[in-house]
Design a protein around this ligand. Structure first.
Ligand code: KG4
Ligand code: ZN
Length: 413
């Protein structure tokens, strides 16, 4: 089964085509094409992501990325007879393609590019399309969902929506088969190294800790694809706290990788004396909720007291802030594992790209003698591979295709 995944929930535009093959005791996933365009450089200038700007960038990039992805997957068959000049696209060719009016009205440029593509290539051999319909920035989600619906309609390929957070959870199931990837690379140079994956077998009940720019959640997974949120943040998400603290320190967006770099630099110095001490919010509360805004405010007040903020001070603050975050994450996760007889700890979300957080959670799983599943760094931050995978597993499990869904910024698991 070949499935096309589309991701536009925040500031990464992702398009990916995978082929899944299920055997008696294994599932093999081959990544046929995987394209990701990061808008970070654009948003960096403004210190954060503006939803309408993100939407415009997705609209500009979706068609070129889809085309590249189809090329990479060797799924392009040109329709020479029907080729049209894009400047000639008129109302009648629009009607004949019967593409959703939404794109026509709200994204005319995307519409023109899409029509150009649709009129120049044959329907590709893809069995399903899946698209992130939430959670995320609503305008950004909207453009991906509308685009996916248009493709589904024009090519008559069934469509299913995918929850972005489920994508982050399932990304941890990808187990690269490295010895086979070299074979693929020799024939298709553009494929990423881990192009073929098996899926990890998960022992249930499992617990997922999801930490991203928009979410901090503990999710109980009693069985395959069965999710229940048992803990969450009352204010800022972990990634958001990283980004805000980075801004206070004058570091560029996205702040997570910057804080991480500064914290590493301080650790390497091995300074025995600690100047700053930040709170570990809610670490002793008897629930599974988080709060990071107090920690962020504490950093702010500390900075106000310092007349000159040197690079060393930035490093030490980043280090202590990160330690506070890690202490809280580890403590709450430990409680959730203990209370729910968890067999597997899964972690996901962009913040999981942080190597100290990865290490601390891996140590926790070892201590508690449970399995640990974590995505590779490349599939930790937003990407379309995890969306295609989630779509594939849901279809395998019997989820029915539908076009009756909308982009929903607050979509829950
Ligand atoms: O999952 P993601 O790519 O997008 C959302 O769905 O939010 O996560 C992005 C978040 C940002 O807040 C970014 O600063 C954070 O992940 N992040 C990191 C690191 N790399 C990305 N945070 C800490 N350390 C990192 N190395
Ligand atoms: Zn994400």
């Amino acid at each position: 089964m070949k499935i096309l995944g589309i991701e536009t929930s925040c500031d990464e535009t992702g398009v990916c085509i995978i082929e899944g093959q299920k055997s008696e005791n294994d599932t093999t996933l081959t990544v046929l094409g995987n394209q990701l365009y990061s808008q970070v450089a654009l948003h960096e200038q403004y210190g954060g992501v503006f939803p309408m700007m993100a939407k415009r960038e997705h609209a500009k990039n979706l068609v070129p990325l889809l085309k590249k992805c189809l090329e990479e997957a060797d799924l392009i068959v040109e329709r020479k007879l029907y080729r049209v000049d894009s400047t000639n696209i008129n109302k009648s060719s629009v009607d004949s393609l019967d593409i959703t009016k939404n794109i026509l009205e709200r994204e005319p440029e995307l519409f023109v590019e899409l029509v150009k593509l649709l009129e120049t290539i044959e329907k590709p051999k893809i069995d399903y399309i899946t698209v992130t319909n939430g959670p995320g920035l609503e305008p950004a989600l909207w453009v991906g969902v509308t685009f996916a619906k248009a493709l589904s309609q024009a090519w008559n390929i069934p469509l299913i929506p995918t929850n972005h957070m489920e994508g982050h959870i399932l990304a941890s199931m990808l187990k690269p088969i490295n010895n086979m990837s070299s074979q693929i690379e020799s024939t298709k140079s553009s494929l990423i190294p881990s192009a073929i994956y098996n899926l990890h077998i998960v022992n249930y009940p499992a617990l997922a800790l999801l930490i991203s720019g928009g979410h901090t959640q503990l999710v109980l997974i009693k069985d395959k694809l069965d999710y229940k949120i048992i803990g969450g943040t009352r204010d800022d998400a972990v990634g958001e706290a990283y980004d805000k603290v980075a801004r206070m320190l004058g570091l560029p967006y996205p702040g997570g990788p910057q804080i991480s770099k500064y914290a590493d630099a301080w650790k390497e110095r091995n300074v025995p004396v600690q100047t700053f001490k930040f709170p570990r919010p809610m670490i002793h509360s008897h629930d599974l909720d988080f709060s990071f805004s107090g920690l962020k405010t504490s950093v702010l007040y500390t900075l106000k007291e310092i007349p000159e903020i040197t690079e060393e001070i930035k490093q030490e603050i980043a280090y202590e802030f990160q330690n506070a975050v890690i202490d809280v994450l580890v403590s709450k996760t430990r409680t959730a594992i203990f209370d729910n007889n968890i067999q597997t700890l899964i972690v996901g979300g962009g913040v999981i790209a942080n190597k100290e957080i990865r290490k601390a959670l891996s140590i926790l799983a070892t201590e508690m003698k449970i399995d640990f599943q974590i995505p590779e760094i490349s599939t930790s931050t937003d990407n379309a591979l995890m969306i295609a995978l989630a779509g594939y597993l849901n279809i395998e499990a019997g989820k029915k295709p539908t076009t009756d869904f909308k982009a929903f910024g607050n979509l829950s698991l």
